[in-house]
Design a protein around this ligand. Structure first.
Ligand code: GLA
Length: 406
């Protein structure tokens, strides 16, 4: 058997995972929000700029009808594409009159009536990304007040057209402006990790993007890998940029590896399972982008897997990490509040592979009897000594919860 933990580097990272459990929490925003990673639906990954109020209302309906809302996907976030090209004569942001004839307040009211929360997009610079609409630079207080008056619960603030601006100062302005409104609003920073926001954003935002945009493909866009900004690339490349950030996340302030590609048309079932599983190990905000009006039963089962979502939403809020890698075989682990460990065996290879996790690398004694539960099969697999090994499909995962036998 080929244990992925047989290399010294892997052992080192497993030890680091254990030690980091005792590190001091960062100073955070403490606005009482996002105590666990926010969950919801975002319009960008599938619809891009092709959005209007009819589509978004039907998505709110579908969040309820599919059971997604009750599974935890609470925020409906309207990404770029909602704004008119000009501010009103008194400088206010307004909605595109053709696509949003009833206005944003009416849409927010509808979303709230469905028992959901409402999120909206703006940009920290002079213009939004790609749409030519005005950004919030220099209008932070006015825009935050407008959003609050519409009943916005979540603001995603992008980073296009910010040449020469200081990210920390500009996002601080929006954060302060939101606080001044008195409305509880999540600030979701989207500066793509360019200025290492994990080092300074915990006291001004509830989540911050760690990379450029994730695309619904396995590893496409390699050539844009090192370019900053919103260059889309395959979700496994986004995943590769996450290790070593775990210490910066916690209740109220999360690393955001971007939207889920799970369930998006063209993403195979195994890859969808892998994406959701790994995002849950990362304590990532879970924002689905799929067209919920036509969700298949197998995609519904994936997106609403309660046991995987429970890992993401674990109240201790300790982000996990990759603890071992050997070629295409990886082991990711995340400590749970009840002392269980959530483990993902991830096979990036083109063929089925046997991957194992050893107790030693989880900081447990080999002689200890530990229970293993499969979170995708919803099955207790029994008690094991020293390690657990499983056959993992190509581009797929096995996700288990390992705990003490009672
Ligand atoms: C950038 C962001 C994306 C999305 C688009 C909208 O690329 O990173 O998440 O908001 O802009 O134009």
């Amino acid at each position: 058997m080929n244990s992925v933990f047989r290399n010294p580097l892997a052992r080192l990272s497993a030890t680091i995972l254990g030690l980091a459990l005792f590190s001091a929490p960062a100073i955070s925003l403490e606005n009482g929000l996002a105590r666990t990673p926010p969950m919801g639906w975002n319009s960008w990954i599938v619809f891009e700029l092709n959005i209007d109020e009819k589509l978004l209302r039907s998505m709110a309906d579908a969040l309820v009808a599919t059971g997604m809302r009750d599974a935890g996907y609470q925020y409906l976030v309207v990404d770029a594409g909602w704004k008119a090209k000009q501010r009103s004569p008194n400088g206010e942001l307004t909605a595109d009159p053709n696509r949003f004839p009833s206005g944003i307040k009416a849409l927010a009211d509808y979303v709230h009536m469905k028992g959901l929360k409402f999120g909206i997009y703006t940009d920290a610079g002079s213009e939004d990304c790609g749409s030519g609409a005005p950004g919030s630079l220099g209008h932070e207080e006015q825009d935050a007040a407008t959003f609050a008056s519409w009943g916005v619960d979540f603001v995603k603030e992008d980073w296009c057209h910010t040449e020469g601006e200081n990210a920390r100062q500009v996002y601080r302005k929006m954060s302060d402006a939101i606080r001044k409104t008195g409305r509880p609003v999540i600030l979701s920073m989207c500066e793509w990790g360019d200025n290492h926001p994990w080092l300074w954003a915990a006291d001004l935002a509830n989540m911050w993007r760690t990379t450029g945009d994730s695309k619904a493909c396995w590893d496409c866009g390699r050539e844009t890998k090192d370019k900053p900004g919103g260059y889309p690339r395959g979700w496994t490349l986004i995943l590769d940029a996450q290790p070593a950030l775990r210490q910066y996340a916690g209740p109220g302030h999360w690393n955001d590896p971007d939207l889920l590609v799970a369930g998006v048309k063209g993403v195979p079932i195994e890859e969808s399972r892998a994406n959701l599983s790994l995002w849950s190990i990362l304590a990532a905000p879970l924002f689905a982008g799929i067209d919920l009006r036509s969700i298949s039963p197998s995609v519904a089962d994936i997106m609403m897997n309660k046991e995987v979502i429970a890992v993401d939403q674990d109240p201790a809020g300790m982000e996990g990490d990759r603890i071992a890698k050997s070629g295409d075989q990886e082991v990711w682990a995340r400590p749970m509040e009840n002392k269980d460990v959530a483990v993902v065996l991830f096979n990036r290879g083109d063929r089925t592979a046997r991957i194992s996790v050893s107790w030693k690398d989880l900081g447990r004694k080999p002689a200890e009897e530990l229970t293993v539960r499969d979170l995708w099969k919803h099955e207790d697999l029994g008690s094991f000594h020293s390690e657990y090994a499983a056959v993992v499909p190509s581009h797929g995962v096995v996700m288990v919860r390992i705990g003490t036998k009672h």
